[in-house]
Design a protein around this ligand. Structure first.
Ligand SMILES: Cc1cc2nc3c(=O)[nH]c(=O)nc-3n(C[C@H](O)[C@H](O)[C@H](O)COP(=O)(O)O)c2cc1C
Length: 245
């Protein structure tokens, strides 16, 4: 298998890191690799904030539901979808920036995510590991206040990076035939395949947690999605300029 494919298939989220700093030059290379991700219409609608300040790290860890690795990891990045810079570009040519469009929200969020995943992969290619921190959206307004994040910009997620101290075994993904279809969307045969996948996820958790956790994938998803997901996001985004027109 090609080494890039091997690398991608060996991904695991890392939440415990060695007490070993990441070289600044290396980090910049990694971020630059992220910037070369495809970007809708070349809008490059994101800004990445590296948070070094210990007090801010502590506060972010707390805001993200007390995830201690946010404070402890060698590098913590906050990925922001950013239409503010584009608004300023419009101003330079006396053009009115039509803000608030759902489509532009999608562009900025997708751009941010593509760059982030390039960064994760680039980091993993040099022996680093990391984890996304979506829990920054538990308290997005406080995150914005802490990091001075302006109008038309919002924090999509954070990312911890560092040299792995502990690595979980690779978490099995859905069987290919469930996520990769031909010519049309079909559900044929999916139920049986999903059942087998449920069994493999249960085995994975039993092994990873020494029997403490034994849920299947469908059980996990049903208990996750029965709850209202961050209902404050709609109002938060609207106030930030993402009105979803
Ligand atoms: C956008 C996003 C947000 C995430 N947020 C968190 C988080 O707040 N805390 C955490 O521990 N893991 C977080 N994760 C990691 C996922 O739980 C993890 O990727 C998933 O369970 C698959 O496991 P793996 O990455 O080890 O293969 C996040 C992942 C993504 C893509």
């Amino acid at each position: 298998m090609h080494h890039v494919i091997e690398l991608l298939k060996s991904h695991v989220s890392v939440r415990r890191f060695k007490d070993q700093p990441v070289d600044d030059q290396l980090l910049q290379e990694i971020i630059e690799a992220g910037q070369h991700a495809s970007t809708s219409n070349h809008i490059q609608a994101y800004t990445i904030i590296r948070v070094k300040d210990k007090g801010k790290r502590r506060a972010l860890a707390k805001l993200a539901g007390n995830q201690s690795y946010v404070e402890e990891c060698p590098v913590f990045l906050v990925f922001c979808a950013d239409l503010n810079r584009l608004g300023r570009a419009c101003k330079m040519y006396n053009k009115k920036f039509e803000s608030g469009y759902t489509e532009n929200f999608i562009l900025a969020t997708v751009d941010t995510s593509l760059a982030a995943q390039n960064i994760m992969t680039a980091a993993e290619s040099v022996g680093l590991g990391g984890v996304y921190i979506g829990a920054l959206r538990n308290n997005p307004e406080d995150v914005c206040y802490l990091l001075n994040i302006p109008h038309n910009v919002y924090p999509v997620f954070g990312m911890c990076l560092g040299y792995p101290e502990v690595k979980n075994s690779i978490k099995p993904r859905l069987p290919l035939s469930l996520v990769f279809k031909e010519d049309s969307y079909t559900l044929e045969g999916d139920a049986e395949i999903l059942k087998n996948y449920d069994d493999s996820i249960r085995d994975y958790y039993i092994e990873r947690t020494n029997g403490e956790r034994s849920n299947t994938w469908t059980e996990g998803m049903s208990s996750f999605l029965k709850d209202k997901q961050r209902p404050h996001m709609k109002e938060f985004l609207k106030n930030k300029g993402f009105e979803m027109i």
